[in-house]
Write a new protein. Structure first.
Lengths: 379, 387
């Protein structure tokens, strides 16, 4: 398909040319095993370690462990941090976490008390409710930096302050997959671990990282080698890591993403006054620059998605990790959104490459498809 | 000595003067099923033998699925003159078995010096000597070792059930209305099992249903093709008709009218494919469009007979059968196959034909329905699905 307008960047992004070039180089020239002792292997290690160090200093982390992606990093953090817990306690997670966080937490239910922290109607953590659940026996709290479905920027710093006050020993894990590079994050500020993923920032799939703060002590979840300081066995994905590094370097500091998102929202609102915003105001500080979630009642989100696909505009209904199940969106459900509005929701997620023309074409396609399909909805 | 598979056929035996025709078709289908394993099949002495396979277990599984096969037995064919060697081979074939057994002998070659009871008794005695853990039970044995004396001696003890039915292609062709659900593949299987070649029609409602549903239906057609050979799958664009029904007809009749339109399209494609009947997965009362009244209304728009092999079955029985033929796992994949948008809240359950016709009237103005049906049939995509 040519002339695709790709607005599903929260699912994955197109790898930057720099990332592809770096990977090609790593696969063709620097393919040596970084654990090998000869010079060529050592060169591969040095390249990888340089990026590890730069990530650590960017995030204020004591240590960075490369993983196969965000899902593995979340599992490693949650299960790895609690494996050493001397006694049972509480594990708290926001009600709108990614399934890799939620299911890793729920896997600990046999020993620990796992409780969800409610969010408000915009998908933001309810700090009052959270403070009531943060008891002194809390071992771990999980809060994503940015919600992947509605783009709500979570009050991580406020949660850190609450934690320091109410349960200073509890570790705080932040899933930073959607916020990395788009928003600042520092582990020195009281966060104990943070998950990153390359393919959400124009790097390759299959590589991510877990950044660890001073207090975090992990048990490895994959055994069989001393790589990653014994925290994650297996030969490192050197090509993926090289692509990740190149993508981070190529990330532009000046971006128009938010302006484009607001243009999309306002354009759609002008043409389709019936649409409903899910999540925080797109212009506001509580919304991330690239994610916009809208409901198009009375249409089914899936129908509109296919109709947009036929017009060359790719969007999604919500998290790609849940798209193949029939379950409604966990985030919208957690926000207390009515089922019908959930069913008619679509997520638009932009990249810094999204142009004004892309947005205008998408608005036009959306308005056309909506108008065409609206007469055929349930009476 | 040669290892081979003895294929026993079921109902073909009962055929009279047509028997060679059925045998030929069965042989052709078994050859096709055995070919991927490098095996050849031959008809000899009114039995089918398969030999030369590279993977016995897989080859047996392939042949078990051929309609018309009653059972498949791995067998040893050997020289019949040395009876001592036959007994030794019989004992070897009982290695690893325990419990009760009997030997069943059949002497087709009446010049053979030992008669059937004697063959059975002597071979059985030898087996018992070699395998004291076994005991003889001639009434309800757990294992039955068969020795047949023809131009060679043939021995077999294990037997795997076949799919039964009649050889595919022996009973003409029918058109299956195939959705992504659990029932229709089972209905298609039941009819195909009687030797009927399958065409199928799937109604695609983009953008209400996506490509995944189409792929799901293709996978289901492939499951059926594994039994009955190539399935001619027609993918019919149905959105225009659904939208027109939704817009112009009374809501409680929309599902019924949709079914009538599907049947009309299936009928046209059936004529084109020389299919002599339509097949649906309906079962009485399962949903509103499957009451007796509703079924009468859908039948009224077609001339061909409509076969509904699941008409008297319960959902659980259908699910079990779907699991047995291997379509269930695909059928329950969570892609919408019928867009909920078009499902009326309160579909009519006891429609009369006259009411249905009246509800359909708005579609018929100026030959619009005919034009839409024509378009759907012309734009249908034909996929030839092989196993």
């Amino acid at each position: 398909m040519s002339n695709l307008i790709y607005l599903d960047n929260a699912a994955t992004t197109q790898p930057a040319p720099e990332a592809v070039a770096a990977m090609t180089m790593a696969l063709t020239r620097q393919y040596f095993n970084p654990s090998a002792l000869y010079a060529a292997g050592y060169e591969a290690r040095k390249a990888m370690e340089a990026f590890r160090a730069s990530l650590a200093s960017r995030l204020g982390a004591r240590q960075v462990v490369f993983t196969s992606g965000g899902t593995e990093a979340n599992n490693l953090a949650i299960r790895g941090l609690l494996q050493n817990a001397r006694k049972p306690g509480r594990v708290l997670l926001s009600a709108v976490e990614h399934p890799s966080v939620a299911q890793a937490c729920h896997s600990l239910r046999a020993r620990h008390e796992v409780l969800p922290l409610p969010v408000d109607a915009q998908g933001l953590l309810d700090l009052d409710a959270a403070s009531r659940l943060m008891t002194s026996d809390t071992l771990l709290i999980c809060l994503m930096q940015v919600n992947n479905e509605v783009g709500a920027i979570q009050p991580v710093e406020a949660l850190v302050r609450l934690r320091d006050q109410l349960c200073p020993d509890a570790l705080l894990h932040v899933d930073g997959v959607q916020g990395f590079l788009r928003l600042p994050l520092l582990l020195g500020g009281g966060i104990d671990s943070c998950t990153l993923s390359a393919h959400k920032v124009h790097g390759p799939k299959g590589v991510g990282a877990l950044a660890l703060g001073a207090r975090a002590r992990l048990q490895p979840q994959i055994l069989g080698g001393q790589q990653e300081e014994g925290l994650r066995a297996g030969t490192e994905n050197t090509a993926g890591i090289a692509g990740f590094e190149a993508a981070v370097k190529a990330w532009p500091s000046a971006r128009q993403t938010r302006q484009m998102k607001v243009r999309l929202y306002e354009g759609l609102l002008r043409r389709l006054p019936d649409l409903v915003l899910n999540g925080p105001e797109p212009q506001g500080d509580q919304a991330v620059e690239h994610i916009l979630n809208l409901s198009f009642p009375p249409l089914q989100g899936q129908t509109l998605m296919h109709a947009l696909e036929a017009r060359g505009v790719l969007v999604s209904q919500g998290s790609a990790c849940a798209a193949r199940s029939r379950k409604p969106s966990l985030t919208l459900q957690g926000m207390g959104v009515a089922r019908k509005r959930q069913d008619s929701a679509l997520r638009f997620s932009l990249s810094h490459q999204t142009t004004k023309e892309d947005i205008d074409t998408a608005v036009q396609a959306c308005a056309e498809a909506y108008t065409e399909l609206k007469p055929y909805t349930r009476r | 000595m040669e290892q081979l598979l003895l294929v026993k056929y079921a109902e073909v035996h009962l055929k009279g003067q047509n028997r060679p025709y059925f045998q030929r078709l069965l042989l052709r289908n078994i050859r096709a099923a055995a070919a991927p394993f490098g095996a050849t099949a031959r008809l000899h002495d009114s039995r089918i033998f398969v030999s030369g396979y590279d993977d016995e277990a897989a080859c047996i599984q392939g042949i078990q699925k051929v309609f018309g096969v009653h059972a498949v037995s791995p067998a040893i064919a050997m020289d019949k003159e040395d009876f001592g060697a036959i007994c030794a081979q019989a004992a070897r074939m009982m290695d690893g078995l325990s419990g009760s057994f009997k030997v069943l002998a059949r002497r087709a070659d009446k010049r053979y010096p030992l008669d059937s009871p004697l063959i059975a008794a002597q071979a059985g005695g030898f087996i018992l000597q070699q395998h004291p853990q076994l005991r003889v039970d001639v009434k309800t044995p757990e294992h039955e070792l068969q020795i047949e004396i023809r131009d060679q001696a043939l021995l077999y003890v294990r037997s795997y059930p076949g799919a039964g039915g009649l050889p595919s292609g022996s009973s003409g062709r029918a058109m299956l209305l195939l959705s992504g659900g659990i029932d229709s593949p089972v209905a298609g299987y039941r009819v195909a099992r009687r030797g009927v070649a399958l065409s199928a029609v799937y109604f695609h409602s983009f953008p209400y249903t996506g490509e995944q549903v189409k792929d799901k239906v293709i996978t289901l057609a492939r499951v059926l093709a594994g039994f009955c050979g190539e399935v001619r799958l027609h993918v019919v664009p149905f959105t225009e008709i659904q939208q027109a029904i939704h817009q112009r007809c009374p809501e409680d009749f929309t599902t019924l009218i949709m079914r009538r339109c599907m049947m009309r399209i299936a009928q046209r494609l059936a004529t084109r494919d020389k299919a002599l009947a339509l097949i649906t997965g309906e079962s009485i009362g399962q949903v509103a469009s499957q009451t007796l009244q509703a079924l009468a209304c859908t039948d009224a728009v077609v001339d061909s007979p409509v076969f509904r092999p699941l008409i008297g079955t319960d959902k659980l029985e259908i699910i079990r059968e779907a699991q047995a033929i291997g379509s269930y796992e695909t059928s329950i994949l969570p892609y919408e196959d019928c867009c909920t948008v078009f499902t009326p809240r309160h579909p009519v359950t006891h429609p009369s034909l006259r009411q249905a016709q009246r509800a359909e009237q708005p579609l018929l103005e100026e030959g619009q329905l005919d034009a839409m049906l024509d378009r759907a049939v012309t734009q249908a995509e034909l996929l030839k699905i092989t196993p």
